[in-house]
Design a protein around this ligand. Structure first.
Ligand SMILES: [Zn+2]
Length: 240
């Protein structure tokens, strides 16, 4: 594994919920996760937000903006990936996670395919807002000045991809995978489309490594599979 990373000139890392569970953030889609409750999942949708943005925000905050999630810190796996980049490795991280922990660890080339909980925007005028501004009121409104005079007042939309919305940066992610010589899948069971299809665009010559607690459909085509916690795999690599 260490030799594969050392030999790689263009490393692409695809991370899913299993990357963040080791920072204390649960897998929302897993058994017993928040989205096993279908009503709750339905309320994290674009159509629910549009129909009732005022009712949406308390639900959204109860799922995604819990204090323990906002206090989560990058774990050794996030830090190891950031360190590889600092050491000069050409590395692009594609993540399904919305917690911003790759950026917090110091990784610069991160494509957040499902957006990020640390920001919101105004669907009317496009003004952007920080997490502090989102948390300041139960239902955050836009206070940008408008040309008509007065505040915009539109209810904000969180900067994550809601159900029914397309993922972000898919084309960039596609090109990153297509040019990769090493594809590292961490903590994703590759079940959520369209991200699940990304690995099939890797070149035949590219090496594939899967680190996930459960088997994935990619395993039989992978050069290496680790059914372990990712932080332990990185610790073993770094200790070699
Ligand atoms: Zn606005």
């Amino acid at each position: 594994m260490r030799s594969l990373i050392e030999a790689s000139k263009r490393l692409v890392v695809l991370t899913g919920a299993g990357m963040s569970t080791e920072s204390g953030i649960p897998d929302f889609r897993s058994a017993g996760g928040f989205f096993e409750d279908e009503t709750r999942a339905q309320r994290m949708s674009d159509s629910f937000y549009r129909a009732d943005p005022e009712g949406f925000w308390p639900e959204y905050k109860a799922v995604f903006l819990r204090p323990e999630f906002l206090a989560a810190k990058p774990n050794p796996g996030h830090l190891a990936l950031a360190e590889l980049e600092r050491m000069g490795k050409d590395i692009t991280i594609l993540t399904q996670n919305v917690d911003g922990l790759h950026a917090a660890a110091g990784s610069a080339h991160v494509l957040e395919l499902h957006g990020n909980i640390h920001a919101a925007f105004c669907p009317r005028c496009g003004a952007r807002y920080t997490l502090d501004e989102i948390l300041a009121n139960d239902v955050p409104h836009c206070h940008a000045y408008t040309l008509k005079g007065g505040d915009c007042q539109e209810i904000l939309q969180p900067d994550i991809v809601l159900f029914e919305q397309p993922v972000r940066h898919y084309q960039e992610a596609f090109y990153a995978v297509a040019r990769a010589d090493l594809l590292l899948i961490i903590g994703s069971s590759l079940t959520v489309e369209p991200v699940a299809s990304l690995p099939q665009y890797a070149s035949h010559a590219a090496k594939r490594v899967v680190i996930n607690l459960e088997p994935t459909d990619l395993d039989e085509r992978a050069d290496l599979c680790f059914y372990e916690r990712q932080a332990e795999v990185f610790a073993a690599i770094l200790a070699d």
